[in-house]
Design a protein around this ligand. Structure first.
Ligand SMILES: Cc1ncc(COP(=O)(O)O)c(C=O)c1O
Length: 362
């Protein structure tokens, strides 16, 4: 069998590691667990497992349309937002076509592009840890790239662009370029200037915004994400969707999670408090970090002379897993999910021990 060389060259995904018994703050999951309402609804639909799911996800799409003040025709559901990223690449890429994104960003953009034979153009982040929108725009215009992936807030740095900045950037791109604006952490963004993506899709018919139920709604295991955009774009994206890409318990749980306002509020409060505590800790320990609008912090361990992998090993041996960012192109940084106050007691204890262990090296 002759396997396509682009497939053989795929690097493979490096998931956030899970060590039995350790506190896992490596995959930006919700530290409060799943939405309790979603969990209850999920258990209740078990007796329907012999039925195929509603392939159109009618109830969930209606609920999304209500929450975003849009029409159901603006939405497509995916088996995680990962699947929507694949749909986007499959929609516009012929082998050899260019895709422009950042270098230090979510790895699935590379994966989605490579499986369709795309050639990925990765632009290094600015010193502030942000997508270099000027360079990206230039590269798109030079190469006539049909696809851009833009992570906002960016995983792994947490850095973000405002509504006006994104609006301005989109205005510089050709209408023939599909832009995927990945807002997996959008629900955590509390800056009032964070993009109002509904307004953006109404203005730009080449924009596909993606979101997920894996983060603030706490149902990562169920794999539900969605994209929204102009109805004619969405109609075309749906051509790539298999008939039953989301299972019924997941559809039910996501529909209920969307209305679990109490859980979302508690998740935001936990994140806000945890973020401020961790920023205070890293300030004290003299570890620089990027300002974040996500549920994670990206910390520069290199400032204290240690690689991210060294910090990873030290913490993992003591019962805490965080994300070493070498595979993201940031070998001197780590990413840590913001946990509960109790989680952060352990984070604080172990980071203090880590710094103490550096002794005279600091
Ligand atoms: C930026 C970003 N986009 C998309 C995803 C994928 O989310 P999902 O679980 O919906 O596939 C993640 C998951 O970590 C992410 O960090």
């Amino acid at each position: 069998m002759k396997i396509r060389h682009t497939i053989m060259a795929l690097p493979g995904y490096h998931p956030g590691k899970k060590i039995p018994g350790a506190l896992k703050l490596s995959s930006n999951e919700n530290p409060l667990g799943p939405s309790p309402k979603a969990l209850e609804a999920y258990c209740q639909v078990a007796h329907e497992l012999h039925r195929y799911p509603d392939g159109a996800g009618t109830d969930l799409v209606r609920a999304l349309a209500r929450v975003h003040s849009l029409d159901p025709t603006n939405f497509i559901l995916g088996n995680g937002s990962d699947e929507i990223l694949n749909f986007a690449a499959g929609l516009v890429l012929e082998p050899g076509f260019r895709v422009v994104t950042a270098k230090e960003t979510f790895s699935q953009y590379r994966f989605a592009s490579l499986i369709f034979g795309g050639v990925i153009d990765e632009i290094v982040l600015t010193p502030e840890g942000k997508y270099d929108l000027v360079q990206i725009g230039q590269r798109v215009r030079e190469t006539k790239a049909p696809l851009v992936f833009f992570c906002n807030p960016n995983n792994p740095t947490g850095t973000w662009y405002t509504h006006d900045e994104v609006l301005q950037f989109l205005g510089t791109l050709p209408e023939s370029t599909l832009v995927v604006l990945d807002e997996a952490y959008g629900e955590y963004a509390e800056d009032p200037k964070f993009p109002r993506s509904r307004e953006l899709i109404e203005k730009f018919s080449n924009l596909l915004v993606t979101r997920t139920f894996s983060k603030i709604y706490g149902i990562a295991a169920l794999r539900v994400g969605y994209g929204f955009g102009n109805p004619s774009l969405i109609e075309n994206v749906k051509r790539l969707k298999s008939p039953f890409n989301i299972n019924s318990p997941a559809l039910t749980a996501a529909t209920v999670a969307l209305d679990d306002e109490d859980f979302v509020r508690r998740s935001l409060e936990t994140n806000r408090a945890g973020k401020s505590r961790l920023m205070g800790l890293f300030d004290q320990l003299k570890f620089p970090y990027f300002q974040t609008q996500g549920n994670f912090l990206c910390v520069h361990t290199g400032a204290l002379g240690i690689a991210g992998s060294t910090a990873y090993t030290f913490l993992a041996e003591r019962g805490l897993t965080i994300r070493d960012l070498a595979s993201f192109g940031l070998p001197e940084h780590i990413r840590i999910t913001i946990g509960t106050n109790e989680d952060n007691d352990l984070v604080e204890k172990l980071f203090r021990e880590l710094v103490a262990s550096l002794g005279t090296r600091v």
